[in-house]
Design a protein around this ligand. Structure first.
Ligand code: UDP
Length: 242
């Protein structure tokens, strides 16, 4: 396989693990994702994953219902660890050595986040899953993905979503909507395109880390993206529409 990237950071939202359940984790969906990751990993690609927690708990939502925001955010971060451990289990069932590192100490279930150790794991062919977000309330797992990608020198962020890229209008309501092939960071920021939150985009812009936005449910999409095929939208290039 012709490989475009050697070290990638894959961001999987909590919602992606939920499938059509409405809440929690759909084991079949996680198994499918694990199969895709395992295939790419078997080609020697170094894969780090940041998982979200929105399928279980979101701090902002809890705050709007009256909870202290920081407390809600800590619960949200702990939720991501459940997702991380589930994904680890599925990957290990497929024979892929995997480590979960968390930004909130939970020594009985996962390693603490140690940057140099994470890089070492990747070099040894282990998939590293980062749980507990950045460890700080008021942040998101998208920002965590940008932060960790910069820290481990990932060449690219794969932002897995439910749509196959970024459009100039809502494709669900407007059949004339066109998908961008590529976009600049500035365009995403000034038009508030909500690919990832603005802190995450700004971090990627500053550190020159492109983001590929693609549909995770398309079989083989992670492999295609690793091979440099044009799937979804790449943020970090010029503005081009397909
Ligand atoms: N969170 C946080 N700090 C972080 C990452 C996450 O406080 O660095 C909390 C926040 O409450 C968030 C929740 O964890 O709502 C789940 O993360 P996120 O919403 O980013 O998950 P996703 O949308 O990717 O499923």
């Amino acid at each position: 396989m012709a490989i475009a990237y050697q070290r990638i950071l894959l961001k999987i939202s909590g919602e992606a693990l939920m499938g059509n359940l409405g809440y929690g984790i759909d084991p079949l969906v996680v198994q499918e994702i694990a199969q895709e990751v395992a295939e790419v990993s078997s080609h020697g690609i170094q894969i780090a994953i940041v998982v979200g927690g929105g399928n279980i708990f979101r701090g902002v939502k809890a705050a709007s219902a009256g909870m202290d925001r920081a407390t809600g955010d800590y619960i949200g971060m702990i939720a991501t660890v459940m997702n991380a451990m589930t994904l680890q289990d599925c990957l290990e069932k497929l024979g892929v050595p995997t480590r979960v590192q968390t930004a909130i100490a939970m020594q009985e279930v996962a390693e603490p986040y140690i940057r140099r150790r994470a890089i070492r794991h990747l070099e040894k062919g282990r998939v590293v899953i980062f749980g507990a977000g950045s460890g700080n309330p008021f942040f998101t797992t998208d920002t965590t993905a940008a932060l960790r990608a910069a820290e481990i020198n990932a060449e690219v962020i794969f932002k897995a979503t439910k749509v196959d890229g970024i459009y100039d209008a809502d494709p669900e309501t407007n059949p004339a909507a066109r998908r961008y092939q590529s976009l600049t960071f500035s365009h995403v920021l000034t038009h508030d395109l909500r690919v990832m939150d603005s802190t995450a985009i700004a971090l990627c812009k500053e550190n020159n880390i492109p983001i590929i936005v693609f549909d995770l449910s398309g079989r083989g999409n992670i492999r295609r993206a690793v091979m440099g095929e044009s799937i979804g939208t790449i943020v970090g290039g010029s503005c081009e529409i397909s």
